[in-house]
Design a protein around this ligand. Sequence first.
Ligand code: NAD
Length: 491
Amino acid sequence: MAQLELLKINVAGEWRLGGGEEYESLYPATGEPIARLRAASLADVDEAIAGAHRAFLTSGWAQKLPHERASVLYRVAQLIRENAERLAQQQRLDNGKPISETRALVASAAGTFQFFAAACETLEETITPSRGPFVTMSVHEPMGVVAAITPWNSPIASEAQKLAPALAAGNAVVVKPAEVTPLMALELARLCEEAGVPRGIVSVLPGKGSVIGDAITQHPLVKRVSFTGGTTTGKHIAHIAADKMMPVSLELGGKSPTMVLEDADLDHAVNGVLYGIFSSSGESCIAGSRLFVARSIYDEFLTRLTERAAALRVGDPADERTQMGPLITARHREGIERYVALGVSEGGRIRTGGVRPHGQALESGYFYTPTILEGLDNRARTAQEEIFGPVLVAMPFDTEADLIAQANDSIYALAAGVWSRDFKRAWRLGRAVQAGTVWINTYKQFSISTPFGGWRDSGLGREKGREGIFQYMEQKSLYWGTNEHPLPWAN
Ligand code: NAD
């Protein structure tokens, strides 16, 4: 096979080879290299941030009127759409998600740029009620250089979710994609450049989180970090942020409960539970990984769910019919296998899955079968720790009070699902469950216009929604004196 050309990274607008170690990005379905690049070095980090700071001060991006910045962001959305199929195929290769999913992620990235362009040109500042001889206003200013640090599971969508509002707010942005999935961030930087975002306003620095991500977070010119990733990393970033008095948003892990009540529409609930845990091979922060089913329907529900899970189409991500692709790396799959073994040692029984799938075509990729464990207590480690793979822990419940207590018994509080035909019960549970997002009679649906984020160890702050732009701005109050006479005190 011909040697892959080394990819360039973007350091303050300059496309060049990174100064760090060379590495390959592998296609998780086959283990073959699909890209070769050199990571950013610490010198690249310094240069990118200094360049971003310069571009923020001198490029005119921050001074553009909102509708002018918006028109550039609309163009980014359009360019993403024009390149949609190429981007979706690349993302499939970069992280192994089925093509049907990567197409949806690309479409959502375009929608995100469009939404924040619209929000940018229509956001209003407020005149607050006056309490003296002055007119008072609350306005927002861009922060300067902000950083976006993203995980590998939905690259283009999570990068757009940070880049679009940060740019709409007038900032310069340094993006640090996950080491194993660098391609989409680099593509977005090219499209931003083509759309007219000034040089230096976007940099992309692939590399190890503990080195490059850490250096970006520590840098004194970085005024905000928007982070999506694991809770341990998020807490580390929060400590650095505390020392710098820097605002952060942290979108972290989850162990989300899905609750199926005895009056649920079971066809809908089975589909929703399957989609909630097994789409994206369970590599999703909001995966519905703890299932609580009313005891009276538990056996029937689990029988139906198990049959359907066992029939899910696991395989080639390029095939439009594939429902579950491989896991991201061989190492990640080993971690999942250890969790399933732990579940069994904790007294769990494997209803389905728990093995690698057979078949030559799947041998070299990092595939794993959809797995359902039962017989575990909600306090078991397998039911408490984030597995981030296609592993569902199913448990029966007896009363609503018991259900709520168990659903909320977790360090995480990112999302939850309620399946019931009784809107009063669904309302009660939807309000009582502690989570950043609750889906009622649906699951894992998203809207860029609705705020998203977690409670407790699932994170801090919110992304998305019109107000998402303000996350990337500092708030300022203006007092306009209207006194006819000098202030009396000095007289
Ligand atoms: P991770 O925390 O290992 O890495 C996330 C990003 O942080 C990567 O770019 C990584 O290089 C970087 N990083 C690692 N150490 C760093 C450090 N010391 N300083 C700065 N940056 C550092 O997470 P992951 O394995 O890539 O992703 C999986 C995790 O992400 C799961 O826990 C999942 O739940 C979470 N996630 C959360 C959301 C959400 O919106 N809540 C969405 C997707 C994924």
